[in-house]
Design a protein. Structure first.
Length: 260
């Protein structure tokens, strides 16, 4: 069961040890690029066996090769297109994880799409539906199908990636902002349902400004070199996935001091 949350816990102040995630199995969506790639590599560096989930096999294979070259614990690849996946695809992934690992100790939801920045009056409806599906509905579906695996762990962590516009909406951020508001609600709801009846904690983390493809889409005129690399933002993820965050659930944190 989860203990009483510690007041003032801040994952940014936790200094994970080199074996912080040793013996843990952690699945990361969007693991082929950007924040997801950096988090997957960091999890492996800290001792975890990582399940690399993404839609592009070549990118996942590249991350797999990097983990292997570093001499880290073996990782595995799960190609899953969250936009097109059907129930049988989620079930197949869950069955593969169960067969290989028998449990899951961590699940990081990082995969997301931006859609378009436009006023509600002119927002494209199919794009709206696509963004909400990938960013929110698919995360719900994957969490649901993997909950039995997480319950089999003595100390499991589910971590959703949120955004500053998922806490206070801004004009023109459309479906992306709405999807992140939904992620915040899903985090709180799932945490409340699982608290005191399981060893699963559920939190959200906002990486903030970083040098990613999505950031370039949102701010095409911005000088990317002025932004932090995704690899510099992984410490809070490791803290929330590892034993340092036991008892911390239903919270939303920031990777950087001043989220956008």
């Amino acid at each position: 069961m989860n203990s009483t949350p510690r007041p003032g816990f801040d994952p940014r102040t936790v200094a994970p040890g080199p074996e912080e995630l040793a013996g843990r199995v952690i699945a990361v969506t969007g693991a082929g690029d950007g924040i997801g790639r950096a988090v997957a590599l960091a999890c492996a560096e800290h001792g975890a066996e990582v399940v690399l989930i993404g839609r592009t096999a070549e990118k996942l294979q590249a991350v797999h090769a990097m983990i292997e070259a570093a001499g880290a614990a073996p990782s595995s690849i799960a190609v899953l297109d969250l936009e097109a996946a059907l129930a049988r695809d989620y079930d197949a992934l869950a069955a593969a994880i169960l067969e290989r690992y028998a449990r899951l100790d961590g699940l990081v939801h990082n995969a997301a799409i931006l859609g378009m920045l436009a006023p509600i009056e002119h927002y494209d409806v199919p794009t709206w539906c696509r963004v909400l599906h990938v960013n929110l509905t698919a995360a719900f579906a994957l969490t649901q199908v993997l909950l039995p695996h997480l319950k089999a762990s003595p100390d499991a962590s589910v971590l959703f990636t949120t955004s500053g516009v998922g806490r206070r909406a801004r004009a023109y951020w459309g479906a992306y902002a709405v999807s992140k508001f939904g992620v915040e609600a899903l985090t709180q709801m799932l945490a409340a349902e699982l608290e005191n009846v399981s060893a699963i904690r559920v939190n959200a983390l906002n990486p903030g400004r970083s040098r990613t493809h999505m950031r370039r889409q949102a701010y095409p005129a911005e000088e990317l070199e002025s932004l932090p690399l995704p690899a510099t933002l992984t410490q809070p993820y490791i803290a929330l996935l590892g034993p340092a965050s036991r008892g911390i659930t239903g919270m939303s944190f920031d990777c950087q001091p001043s989220p956008p």
